[in-house]
Design a protein around this ligand. Structure first.
Ligand SMILES: Nc1nc2c(ncn2[C@@H]2O[C@H](COP(=O)(O)OP(=O)(O)OP(=O)(O)O)[C@@H](O)[C@H]2O)c(=O)[nH]1
Ligand SMILES: [Mg+2]
Ligand SMILES: [Zn+2]
Length: 341
């Protein structure tokens, strides 16, 4: 079955389900209509329901047993299908590895993606590169101990050499840390083939600010994929191009024919991403460029802010640590210590 047809089928199921909200899970079970338990993959969650894909890539709009809490794209679940209705119910979630989350409303955690092993930080060259944003995602990647790359998107909008010089200057610290920097554009198609090689056989997630071009990139990377960018958001009135829920896509429309295998999760852009608060020592370890200087300050518990004879501050003054990296470290340190009080 082609990806396009699958998507249409998924849409139909979503619509069907919306029209029959009174259909209770309990009733289905009492009537014995549900299948035996099987494993499935969460494609996306919307409200109190999820789209689950079975081993044949057939998608089912499912209810979730109440005690399970929120599910997110990438979750592996055990579920039971109501094959006739094309719906189902999720009965349990398999343990997650590497879940990416961010603080949501009223102190709640919002899941971004589950079971990921690769992060693509999408940083648009226009309106501009923000090292603070990049560093926040890099800290999360370090916390999860999974690799990240920086995708410099919308390079077609950078015409002048001076613009490139400014971008190169801001990105130099990452280059020196050995983080891959991939210039990309969905307009000129730059970088797309290279990106695919990075994501081969991985469960990747694209993160970055709203409007960075995450959804556009995914659409360009998976050409026969019909991602209706912003369709969900239109329904909720949040704006045409905004992704509201993480959605998982397969790199291959047809697993038997494609060169590329793996999954890619599109995530909603956030104004400011906050990594999970951690101790000062743990935060230091999330800055690999600080490593040569750690343990060399006068005070063993130095916060590298106001203390005398600080090896980190010296390194910044000598140009051995980029000032932008130092600033993002201090901002996170202050935010994390404010969380504790
Ligand atoms: N010039 C140019 N515009 C692009 C490029 N990629 C995306 N855009 C445009 O940037 C805007 C935002 O793109 P999206 O793909 O919706 O951005 P997003 O990161 O998914 O945004 P959220 O879903 O809100 O997080 C759209 O108008 C795209 O057409 C690019 O490479 N070059
Ligand atoms: Mg989007
Ligand atoms: Zn210090």
């Amino acid at each position: 079955m082609s990806k396009r047809r699958l998507t249409q089928q998924q849409n139909r199921r979503v619509t069907q389900q919306r029209q029959k909200p009174s259909e209770g899970i309990k009733l289905q079970q009492e009537n014995g209509l549900l299948s035996e338990e099987r494993q499935g993959l969460v494609i996306t969650s919307f409200g109190k329901r999820v789209l689950i894909e079975d081993a044949h890539r057939e998608a089912f709009n499912c209810a979730i047993r109440q005690h399970l809490g929120k599910l997110v794209a990438g979750d592996q679940v055990i579920w039971r299908a109501d094959i006739e209705a094309g719906t189902g119910v999720v009965v349990s979630v398999l343990p997650r590895s590497h879940e990416l989350s961010r603080p949501g409303f009223r102190g709640q955690t919002r899941m971004v993606a589950a079971n990921i092993d690769f992060i693509g930080i999408v940083a648009p060259v226009v309106p501009g590169i923000h090292p603070d944003m990049i560093d926040r995602y890099l800290v999360a990647a370090e916390q999860l101990k999974i690799p990240a790359i920086i995708i410099l998107n919308k390079t077609d909008l950078l015409a002048q050499d001076e613009d490139w010089e400014l971008v190169a200057e801001l990105l130099q610290p990452y280059d020196e840390m050995g983080i891959p920097l991939i210039p990309a554009s969905t307009v000129s198609q730059q970088g797309l083939a290279e990106l695919l090689t990075f994501m081969q056989d991985k469960n990747s997630v694209f993160v970055g600010p709203s409007g960075a071009g995450k959804s556009s990139l995914i659409q360009a990377l998976i050409p026969d994929l019909e991602i209706r960018i912003g369709a969900l958001s239109e329904a909720t009135g949040l704006g045409k191009h905004t992704t509201t829920n993480s959605i998982l896509y397969h790199l291959s429309a047809d697993p038997n024919q494609s060169v590329y295998h793996g999954n890619l999760i599109d995530s909603p852009g956030v104004r400011q991403f906050n990594p999970t608060p951690c101790s000062l020592n743990e935060l230091e370890l999330c800055y690999p460029d600080f490593a040569p200087f750690l343990g060399r300050c006068k005070f063993h518990n130095c916060s590298h802010a106001h203390e005398p004879e600080c090896a980190i501050k010296n390194a910044v003054e000598n140009g051995e640590i980029a000032i932008t990296r130092y600033q993002s470290f201090q901002r996170l340190r202050e935010e994390f210590s404010a969380e504790k009080h």
